[in-house]
Design a protein around this ligand. Structure first.
Ligand code: NDP
Ligand code: GDR
Length: 329
């Protein structure tokens, strides 16, 4: 039974990847940081099947100790400060987690066992002000936020440890991927959650920033499969993972609200405070290398994604309403 360590196991991707690896027969070690209130919402259903261990990307010794204790064959580094607006207000902390954290983990691997296979969660945000359309593994980076800049560092340090120490280290340049487990602050889930609440009479407006930016949105469950595939190849390489389609925030609104027979324009309020100091206007990836070499392709379309997220939010709020009604009866 192979052993895999996942940092960021409590996040959207960590929870789906843990499910996938358990299905493949792995022993899964999930690294979590110490907090005064535990939030295992996304992994509660598999909590008994994975081994939870405390560690922090800010603390080098914790990483070394975990590798020494569990001796994983694969390490998936998904932990990060992943919200772009927060990276503008907390740029140094974002750099510590999202950039230097990668070096701490790679160094721990180099010290404990350089035969460990390593996956780094790189991002389409590295392309920022895009130099070409669509973006491929060869497109130059031009990050537009402290988050994007930190991910560029994480990307290149991964390449550097591969080339310097012969570590099997891959970087997956993943475009936006979403699901009902997406954090509520990200625009897709903010929109689908609002559509559901407005439909049920629980809210009457949705405040948003830039509606014109375009993203290549896919389904998170598809994307964690690509992570695993990258670590099963003969040699370590970097891959773009994307759907190849781009849509605006406006189109995501249209798709989500029309699914519950609402006109989004009646509810959306544009809020200047939600604009970013620098924006990424257009992202669209070319995942043909992942298709060719990994046999990977997305299975969920843009409109299916919006609809499955709205349906999940509707079901959640309906359950909440029933529970509240029962407890006040
Ligand atoms: P989430 O924000 O949902 O999850 C981030 C995870 O990182 C959480 O489990 C969080 O723990 C953990 N974490 C944060 N800081 C630390 C730390 N110092 N030490 C240990 N753990 C920490 O992100 P996603 O699941 O969406 O994304 C996974 C990775 O992929 C991230 O690196 C992200 O930047 C990257 N990425 C995501 C894309 C997307 O569209 N989702 C696209 C491209 C890249 P806690 O629960 O305690 O907060
Ligand atoms: P992004 O995702 O920045 O692409 O990073 P996000 O959903 O936050 O923003 C997408 C676009 O929507 C616009 N937008 C808003 N965004 C948010 N969050 N809230 C709003 O109210 C709002 N209004 C408009 C944004 O300006 C932006 O253009 C995500 C993260 O998961 C990163 O960690 C990951 O690396 C990239 O995707 C790929």
């Amino acid at each position: 039974m192979p052993t895999a360590l996942i940092t960021g196991v409590t996040g959207q991707d960590g929870s789906y990847l843990a499910e996938l690896l358990l299905k493949q027969g792995y022993k899964v070690i999930g690294m979590v940081r110490r907090t005064s209130t535990i939030n295992f919402d996304r992994i509660r259903h598999i909590q008994d099947e994975i081994e939870i261990v405390q560690g922090d990307l800010l603390d080098q010794m914790s990483l070394i100790s975990i590798l020494q204790a569990y001796r994983p064959q694969e390490v998936y580094n998904l932990a990060a400060q992943s919200f772009v607006p927060t990276s503008f207000t907390q740029p140094v902390l974002t750099g510590e987690f999202t950039a230097l954290g990668v070096t701490r983990l790679l160094d721990a691997i180099r010290i404990v066992d350089p035969s460990i296979r390593f996956y780094q969660a790189s991002s389409s945000e590295m392309f920022g002000k895009v130099r070409e359309v669509p973006q491929t593994e060869r497109t130059p980076f031009y990050p537009r936020s402290p988050y994007g800049a930190a991910k560029v560092y994480g990307h290149w340090i991964t390449v550097n440890y591969r080339e310097s120490y012969d570590i099997y280290a891959c970087s997956g340049i993943l475009f936006n991927h979403e699901s009902p487990r997406r954090g509520l602050e990200f625009v897709t889930h903010k929109i689908t959650n609002a559509a559901a609440r407005i439909k049920l009479g629980l809210a009457d407006e949705l405040r948003l920033g830039n509606l014109d930016s375009r993203r290549d949105w896919g389904y998170a469950r598809d994307y964690v499969r690509a992570m695993w595939l990258m670590l099963q190849q003969d040699s370590a390489e970097d891959y773009v993972v994307a759907t190849g389609e781009t849509h605006s925030v406006r189109e995501f609104l249209e798709e989500s609200f029309s699914h519950v027979d609402l006109d989004w324009e009646a509810y959306v309020v544009q809020d200047d405070s939600l604009y970013r100091p620098a924006e990424v206007d257009l992202l669209v990836g070319d995942a043909s290398k992942a298709g060719r070499q990994l046999g990977w392709e997305p299975t969920v379309s843009f409109s299916e994604l919006a609809r499955l997220m709205v349906d999940a939010d509707l079901a959640y709020w309906e359950r909440r309403q029933r529970r509240d009604a029962a407890s006040s009866a």
